[in-house]
Write a protein of this length. Structure first.
Length: 181
């Protein structure tokens, strides 16, 4: 599983002491996603781990790790957004088109696996979920919203194709993710 580096939309004193890496793998009908944030974690607001993670809304308003998926080769049409809080709370949304028709995707009712490890300089999150709902080959993007202790948000992605942070922009879906057998 290759490790990919996310970059902040804007480099600031708050982001310069952080690194964010992610990986994504699809084996048969299982999707594995991991995020690793390293550096001065005491500069971030990070939700505590929950004993019973659940589906929750609006996770992107605080520190949240995300993955987006769309059929390969399409700049229009349906796509999915996976949100993951460091608490383990999560959600999967489906859209009909660019920011239109947002709804909770009912194909997934729970994560197969959620693992969290943290020390003062490193936070790692790993999840597995059933991915039977995805097309045979997808374009993906890995992103994150980090909330800093001063309340500001920084936006991280593999690629920032627009003049402002926009994780839904299809030109940011830069990872080809075929279904492996």
């Amino acid at each position: 599983m290759p490790v990919l580096c996310l970059t902040p939309f804007t480099q600031t004193p708050l982001t310069q002491d952080l690194t964010l890496k992610a990986s994504l793998q699809r084996i048969a009908d299982t999707l594995e996603v991991s995020f690793e944030c390293c550096g001065k974690l005491n500069s971030l607001k990070i939700a505590q781990g929950s004993k019973s993670p659940k589906r929750a809304g609006e996770l992107w308003k605080a520190t949240c790790f995300e993955a987006f998926f769309a059929p390969s080769g399409s700049l229009l049409g349906p796509y999915w957004e996976l949100n993951l809080s460091p608490s383990g709370d999560w959600n999967l949304y489906q859209f009909d088109d660019y920011r239109k028709g947002m709804r909770e995707a009912q194909e997934i009712q729970s994560l197969k696996t959620f693992l969290r490890s943290q020390n003062e300089n490193q936070l790692t999150l790993k999840i597995e979920l059933k991915a039977e709902f995805l097309p045979e080959t997808v374009a993906a993007s890995l992103t994150a919203v980090l909330e800093h202790t001063d309340g500001t948000l920084s936006y991280w992605a593999l690629h920032h194709p627009a003049s402002k942070p926009d994780f839904h922009h299809r030109e940011g879906f830069v990872v080809d993710l075929p279904k492996s057998r």
